[in-house]
Design a protein around this ligand. Structure first.
Ligand code: GDP
Length: 206
C-alpha cells in the first residue's frame, strides 16, 4: 500500500497506528540493513522532539525512544513502516556536554549514511518551533543542499506557541532562516497529516 495513513478514513489529528517495527540500530555503515524501501531520515538537535514526532507519525506511543537525557544515543535506528518505507532516526546533535571525539564520531556516522545511502529520499530536519534555526541546523541544511539531498523542515512543539500571531511570526522567522518549513506538534497531532502528505509526495515524484 501507499503508506499514507490518512488515506484511510481518519478525522482525528493524530495518525492512526501504522504497522511499524524497529529493525536495528547501526553504529557503522556495515550494520545498515539491506536497501529495501525508500528511506525517510529524521535529523535534529538533541531533545528537539524528534522521537516524539516519529511516534506521532506512526500513531505509536513509544516505538522511537524518547528521553529527557539528550545526547545518549549514538546509533542510527531503522524502523520498517508498513512494508513501504524505512524511517531512519539519526542521533541528535548539538548537545553541549558531548565531547569533541563523540561529535566527530557522530559526524562520521551520519555523513556515511547521508552521503552513501541510495534509498534515502527525504531528510526531515526537525526544529523546535520556539527556538527556530540554530547554527548547527543551518549547517546541516546547507550541507544537505550542497550534496543534493532533498529536505523537509519541520518545526515541532507548535502547541507551545500561544496564538496565531506567534505561529505566523515563527513561520516567518523559519522562512527567513532557510526557506519553507512546516509546523507540527507531536503532543496534539497538528501538522502530522501534512508531513505524511509531503512524505508520500516524495515517493510519488521519484
Ligand atoms: P528527541 O531527543 O529529539 O528525540 O526528543 P524527544 O522526542 O525525546 O522529546 C524531548 C522532550 O520534548 C520530551 O520531554 C517530550 O515529551 C517533549 N516533546 C516532544 N514533542 C513535543 C510536542 O510536540 N509538544 C510538547 N509540548 N512537548 C514535546
Amino acid at each position: 500500500m501507499s503508506a499514507n495513513p490518512f488515506q484511510k478514513k481518519s478525522r482525528s489529528l493524530a495518525a492512526p497506528k501504522i504497522l511499524s517495527e524497529y529493525v536495528l540500530s547501526a553504529s557503522g555503515p556495515g550494520q545498515f540493513p539491506k536497501e529495501e524501501y525508500p528511506e525517510i531520515a529524521f535529523l535534529g538537535r538533541s531533545n528537539v522532539g524528534k522521537s516524539s514526532l516519529i511516534n506521532a507519525l506512526l500513531g505509536q506511543k513509544a516505538l522511537a525512544y524518547t528521553s529527557s537525557t539528550p545526547g545518549c544515543t549514538q546509533a542510527i535506528n531503522f524502523y520498517r513502516v508498513d512494508s513501504s518505507y524505512y524511517f531512519v532516526d539519526l542521533p541528535g546533535y548539538g548537545y553541549a556536554r558531548i565531547s569533541k571525539e563523540t561529535t566527530l564520531e557522530w559526524k562520521t556516522l551520519i555523513e556515511s549514511y547521508l552521503l552513501g545511502r541510495q534509498g534515502l529520499r527525504l531528510s526531515i530536519i526537525v526544529l523546535d518551533a520556539r527556538r527556530g534555526w540554530m547554527e548547527k541546523d543551518l549547517e546541516l541544511k546547507r550541507w544537505l543542499d550542497l550534496h543534493g539531498r532533498q529536505t523537509l523542515v519541520v518545526a515541532t512543539k507548535m502547541d507551545k506557541l500561544k496564538n496565531q500571531s506567534e505561529m505566523q511570526q515563527c513561520l516567518k522567522d523559519l522562512r527567513q532562516g532557510a526557506g519553507e518549513a512546516m509546523l507540527c506538534s507531536a503532543a496534539t497531532g497538528r501538522g502530522v497529516r501534512e508531513i505524511w502528505q509531503a512524505i508520500t509526495m516524495t515517493r510519488a515524484t521519484q
